[in-house]
Ligand binder design. Structure first.
Ligand code: HEC
Ligand code: HEC
Ligand code: HEC
Ligand code: HEC
Ligand code: HEC
Ligand code: HEC
Ligand code: HEC
Ligand code: HEC
Ligand code: HEC
Ligand code: HEC
Length: 323
């Protein structure tokens, strides 16, 4: 519940409890896939016994002699853990795990070409450096498909090992500002009257998207069962139902909903529910959906389709989704 603190207006408390629970259980599910991740480094741990260095490497203690401030920050960062690994060699450890062999540089610090500099390297070189260790991470599995990677957005557009602004994940900015800094179009969507409460901190962009790339389109995550990500939180919509409403299964949630935001309180694509249903349920539609029966005249009574067809996501008892 930590993240929803401060939103606890009494009237909404129960709903928020529900929301908090479903989000934390979704996150727990996510974390379950990462359980073989080693524990985090603590500054009280001692570096492992020094092994003989590979050719060209000098070890992080040498870097410390001239870059003490960076070393002190590094000591408190998650990457310090590489120095605690007794099996790692110098090329996978400490400063040189990222910056490469430092011998030439220590001999001639003024010549900046003698050390790998992230501030001047190309996007692809930066990405490959970071991926030497992170390619096998569960979040990075589809990094070859990453639209960020393909569009010149490097790891350090979002992460900063030395100058991170967030406690977790070494981000250059916290969400959603990080994402809005490039995705200006999405900002007004989350200011619509009804929206997933991303700006309020209840849901994050990365609950639905994986910025490191996904197998499917639009970098949208899949649920633990490789289904729509929406089911991680809206589990009651998953079914299976005896009577399925076909578009839920075939075209998915976004055939009716705009998850970012909408003028409709249920995040529907169009402002009135009848207009949504009648996009498919007309005799002239090619969707395979039956037209509405003739007694469904457009008198006000019939416009609120879900008043009668209440179980619109599927039903176990009624073919026409009344209950
Ligand atoms: C003898 C002192 C000395 C040692 C030892 C040393 N450096 Fe440097 N380093 C410097 C100086 C001086 C600069 C240039 C700083 C500047 O111009 O801003 C520099 C620059 C750098 C840069 C380039 C920064 C940029 O502009 O992108 C990196 C990266 C770097 N050092 C990493 C390391 C690493 C890693 C080690 C250990 C392997 C190391 N240094 C050891 C003195 C040293
Ligand atoms: C996880 C990879 C990684 C490790 C480990 C790492 N660096 Fe860096 N270093 C970077 C990146 C990326 C940058 C570019 C600035 C940023 O994004 O934080 C950078 C920038 C620098 C700079 C340029 C000045 C600055 O403040 O940006 C120096 C000097 C430097 N690193 C030295 C070191 C030293 C010394 C160590 C060990 C104590 C070290 N680095 C460990 C990735 C790393
Ligand atoms: C568009 C922004 C963005 C880019 C580009 C990006 N990341 Fe991330 N990364 C994030 C965010 C945001 C998180 C926070 C975790 C979350 O909420 O999913 C994260 C989490 C992580 C984590 C911790 C989670 C885990 O266990 O994997 C690692 C490691 C990581 N990123 C590495 C990388 C590497 C390596 C690259 C480059 C190949 C990269 N990232 C590129 C935004 C980005
Ligand atoms: C030498 C191997 C190595 C390299 C190279 C490396 N990392 Fe890491 N990274 C690690 C390890 C080990 C951890 C700690 C994992 C853990 O705590 O489980 C880590 C953790 C992280 C995390 C998660 C921090 C958190 O709060 O959970 C991020 C983000 C990250 N690295 C980004 C990067 C980026 C960006 C680069 C390239 C500039 C990079 N790493 C290069 C080994 C590496
Ligand atoms: C509740 C889940 C959810 C959240 C939260 C979410 N998105 Fe999305 N986003 C989606 C889905 C699903 C699509 C694909 C829509 C489609 O295919 O029509 C999408 C599409 C996109 C696209 C592609 C362009 C478009 O509109 O189709 C971008 C860019 C994007 N999202 C960025 C963001 C950013 C930035 C945030 C946070 C500020 C965010 N999203 C939060 C679910 C989400
Ligand atoms: C440094 C700029 C930058 C940052 C920061 C950034 N993105 Fe992107 N993002 C891009 C670019 C460039 C593309 C590819 C071109 C496009 O489709 O807009 C892209 C593509 C995407 C797409 C796929 C869009 C599609 O049409 O398929 C999604 C989803 C997305 N980003 C989500 C995020 C999220 C979530 C964050 C924050 C964690 C984020 N981005 C941070 C620049 C950025
Ligand atoms: C991280 C959890 C999470 C994910 C993933 C998620 N949602 Fe939600 N969703 C929520 C929460 C929490 C609320 C209600 C609280 C609020 O007002 O923000 C909500 C509200 C909604 C509503 C409006 C409910 C109403 O009151 O009528 C719809 C529709 C919806 N989500 C659809 C989707 C779709 C479609 C997806 C997948 C693209 C999705 N959600 C993914 C957490 C999530
Ligand atoms: C055929 C169109 C359609 C599809 C497809 C669809 N929905 Fe809905 N959804 C609706 C309508 C219409 C409502 C408003 C119901 C009402 O008026 O009571 C709604 C309401 C919701 C609500 C809020 C009310 C409630 O019942 O909890 C959530 C959450 C939701 N949908 C999630 C989803 C998810 C997740 C998916 C994908 C599995 C999905 N929807 C697919 C039409 C659809
Ligand atoms: C994206 C297209 C689409 C949308 C939007 C849509 N439907 Fe459907 N609907 C279908 C399809 C396709 C079927 C399945 C027809 C079949 O099984 O032969 C169906 C089946 C039905 C059935 C059951 C018909 C029967 O006799 O089995 C009802 C009732 C229904 N829809 C009501 C609605 C309502 C109410 C809405 C608006 C909330 C709606 N639909 C929105 C495509 C859609
Ligand atoms: C006042 C209640 C009510 C409302 C409101 C309502 N319906 Fe119906 N609907 C029914 C009844 C009753 C049936 C017939 C069920 C049967 O045949 O068992 C039906 C049947 C249907 C069928 C099935 C047709 C077939 O051939 O199987 C569709 C599709 C449908 N309605 C769509 C809609 C749409 C779209 C709306 C909104 C524009 C809507 N309904 C509004 C009561 C309602």
């Amino acid at each position: 519940m930590g993240r929803v603190k401060g939103l606890g207006i009494v009237g909404f408390a129960a709903m928020l409890m529900f929301a908090g629970t479903l989000i934390s259980s979704a996150r727990a599910q996510d974390k379950a896939g990462e359980k073989d991740k080693p524990e985090s480094a603590t500054s009280s741990s001692k570096p492992a016994e020094q092994k003989p260095l590979e050719k060209g490497y000098v070890g992080s203690d040498t870097c410390k002699t001239c870059h003490e401030d960076l070393f002190n920050g590094y000591e408190k960062s998650p990457h310090y853990k590489t120095l605690l690994d007794p099996h790692a060699t110098a090329s996978k450890q400490g400063c040189e795990g990222c910056h490469g062999p430092g011998e030439e540089h220590t001999g001639d610090p003024a010549d900046k070409t003698k050390i790998f500099s992230f501030t001047t390297a190309s996007t692809e070189k930066i990405n490959s450096k970071c991926l030497t260790c992170h390619a096998s991470g569960p979040q990075q599995m589809n990094s070859a498909n990453s639209l960020h990677r393909k569009n010149d957005v490097s790891c350090i557009s979002c992460h900063s090992p030395h100058h991170a602004q967030t406690k977790e994940f070494l981000l250059v900015k916290s969400q959603p500002q990080l994402c809005y800094s490039c995705h200006l179009q999405q900002k007004p969507q989350f200011n619509m009257p009804f929206h997933h409460r991303v700006n309020e901190g209840l849901v994050q962009c990365t609950d639905c998207h994986n910025p490191h790339g996904t197998a499917g389109p639009k970098q949208v995550r899949a649920s633990a069962t490789q289904d729509a990500v929406c089911f991680t939180c809206h589990i009651d919509k998953q079914g299976p139902f005896v009577f399925e409403h076909m578009p839920v299964k075939t075209e998915g949630c976004v055939s009716c909903h705009t998850p970012h935001g909408s003028p409709n309180q249920h995040l529907l694509k169009v402002s009135n529910v009848n207009l949504l249903c009648l996009q498919c349920h007309t005799t002239s539609s090619f969707s395979g959906a039956p037209g509405t029966p003739s007694f469904h005249n457009q008198a006000a009574q019939y416009q609120a389709c879900t008043l009668c067809h209440a179980q619109i996501h599927g039903s176990n008892v009624d073919r026409t989704f009344f209950k």
